[in-house]
Design a protein around this ligand. Sequence first.
Ligand SMILES: [Zn+2]
Length: 396
Amino acid sequence: METCCSLCQGQSLHKFLDLGRQPLANKYPKPSAFKDEKFFPLEVFFCEECKNVQLGEMVPRSIMFEDYYYLSSVNGGLVRHFEALAEELKAARFVVDVGSNDGVLLRPLKSLGVRAMGVEPSVNVSKLANDEGLETLCAFFDETSARRVLDSHGAADVIVASSVFTHLDAPDDFIRAAEILLAGDGKLVIEVEYILNMINQVQFERFYLDRIFYYSISSMKALFAKHGMVITGVEPVAQHGGSLRFTLMRAAAGTEAPELQDLIETELQVLNTAALTDFGQRCRDLTEKLVAGLKRWRDEGVKVAGYGAPARLSTITNFGGIDSELLPFTVDDSPLKQGRTSPGAHIPVVAASELEAFRPDVLVVFAYEYIDDIRKKTGNLYDYYMPIPLVELKAP
Ligand SMILES: [Zn+2]
């Protein structure tokens, strides 16, 4: 058991959730690769000192991102999100998007005439962006790659890292790299899933091995303060079940957002050991309910299929022991995932055309935050079951 916080080295770490042994959530194996699948314990801890949530075990990052099957641009909601962000950045002189994926932000920036480039570690995904003329350095963002970009393109006045930061095992290294590349008055824009929203919405399936740290406003403030940076802005963004967009600057160039202290006081009502212990129980209850429903449908001959094969499908199916006997397939629009299976539970991932042929009675929606898009795409033909009930979030 972990006893020391990997972020602040504090000694008051409490385990509040044990999701069992889990495979890597972003690998979608074909049957020939099942024997090579590796499993690791997925245990979730809370640090009482810096108020951060983190996993007990860190899987080496290098085995995680060599092949990646998440393409941002197949997700309509994300495309709109990044178009709106590009609009906000259109006055920027040079933007670097870290974890730029297939160029989902670079594309609208390019249309707006903003000079921009991406840094993306995944070989197959960065190639897609470069093939499309969206300049992408295939590398992890670290001091070496930051210097390379600085030497070839000059300082960035904006560095964006959306849904990247929680995946890092050494956030201090990332911040040091950003300090190298960022102009003196530059802004670092970080979008992270907000742990408070995950807790309030009971979205425990968003815990998976790819993401080591689950940040709060308190823990972000503490982490960046070590590097002489302040949070100059924080605002809610919708993607990934309720994220926060932090804007950070060097303390010499910006001042802390005035609303920060009130937000921190609010989050500490939920981010405490007692409340998180209750959360752990609610996660187990929700999973039992889903499994009981799937077994009942199977026994009654109700036809069931899934919609969406996001990484978190892996967490919930492996935790609940949901296999292809309970869920014969799940649909995903990403061609990179189709013809493969979900990690660990090996539920086949297929194209939407299979749905029309199979005509399930019930569609279990795993990418439930896109339920409106999904209803539209599938013609509103089925009973749509949400494994996690949607909860309206208060901002942020
Ligand atoms: Zn800590």
